[in-house]
Design a protein around this ligand. Structure first.
Ligand SMILES: Cc1cc2nc3c(=O)[nH]c(=O)nc-3n(C[C@H](O)[C@H](O)[C@H](O)COP(=O)(O)OP(=O)(O)OC[C@H]3O[C@@H](n4cnc5c(N)ncnc54)[C@H](O)[C@@H]3O)c2cc1C
Length: 247
């Protein structure tokens, strides 16, 4: 079946960290954009006679933010980036072609377990979209969540306040902010210095009870997945979304 393109119109945009722009889109035809938390949309943009296809995970929290059928994505600034250059220059009312939502990086009907959700940078956006379902699972179904977000410095902690506020409300949900370069002056108990793939060891990953999600930087994913496999994790319990582009 042919994939149907549609047009997205930019509703609003804001910088959410010094290097990340959040863009909120709605379909120009007024149809809602239904998605499963964890999925992404692919934007089609012409650049020097070539069609670029760039995917962006949906960052919006369903129920809280998506009453009007809109979606938000969070885009990291890339020096010389072709698509990101366009996305950072877009003004409300501008349009872009899109397809989707796609992707299987979603929560499944798992038996109660401990989720280790690991991300670098904008790779955390799928977990933001999953928050209402994660809250439901930790409250009602005996799940646990350990969410690790890796960034370079405190001001880059994308949506950190959302994860921290969920962690404060639910005993079974822990947030770990991991800074590769510098800690804040007075770090909170959830803030650590180091790389996510190393700090993950602090919760003692256990192949018998943990299901791991890895999203963002491909190198982080390869290193973390390698370590987990060595520790005895079955491949099916390591779910991955690598932020790489094909052209
Ligand atoms: C399923 C999926 C979901 C994704 N979701 C997101 C998302 O939510 N937010 C997001 O920002 N990106 C996301 N990405 C990555 C995104 O699709 C683009 O690859 C990215 O925005 C760069 O596109 P560009 O055209 O600007 O860069 P290009 O013009 O393709 O690249 C320019 C140069 O920058 C390098 N480069 C490319 N990406 C990066 C990077 N992230 N950091 C440093 N250097 C880079 C390239 O190697 C190249 O040298 C996702 C990718 C996939 C596959």
């Amino acid at each position: 079946m042919a994939i149907k393109k549609f047009e997205l119109k930019l509703q609003s945009a804001r910088m959410v960290t010094p290097r990340v722009r959040e863009l909120t889109f709605a379909r120009s035809d007024g149809e809602p954009l239904d998605y499963i938390p964890g999925q992404f949309v692919t934007l089609h943009m012409e650049h020097e006679g070539k069609m670029l296809r760039r995917s962006y995970s949906i960052a919006s929290i369903p129920e809280a933010e998506v009453e009007d059928g809109s979606i938000s994505v969070a885009v990291t600034h890339v020096e010389g980036g072709r698509a990101t250059g366009r996305l950072f220059a877009m003004e409300p009312g501008d349009t872009v072609e899109a397809v989707g939502p796609f992707g299987r990086f979603i929560l499944r009907d798992d038996a109660p377990c401990r989720y280790l959700l690991v991300a670098t940078g904008t790779g955390v956006t799928p977990y933001r979209a999953m928050l209402p379902e994660l809250e439901r699972r930790v409250d009602l179904e005996d799940f646990q969540v350990e969410l690790f977000l890796g960034v370079r410095k405190p001001e880059e902690l994308l949506y950190g306040e959302d994860f921290q506020s969920v962690a404060e409300k639910h005993q079974g949900f822990n947030f770990h902010a991991c800074y590769s370069r510098e800690l804040p002056g007075q770090p909170g108990p959830y803030e650590h210095k180091g790389y996510v793939q190393d700090l993950l060891d602090t919760v003692e990953p256990d192949p018998k009870r943990d299901v791991v999600y890895l999203c963002g930087n491909p190198e982080m994913i390869d290193v973390a997945a390698g370590k987990l496999k060595e520790a005895g994790f079955p491949v099916g319990n390591i779910r991955r979304e690598k932020y790489v582009s094909s052209n």
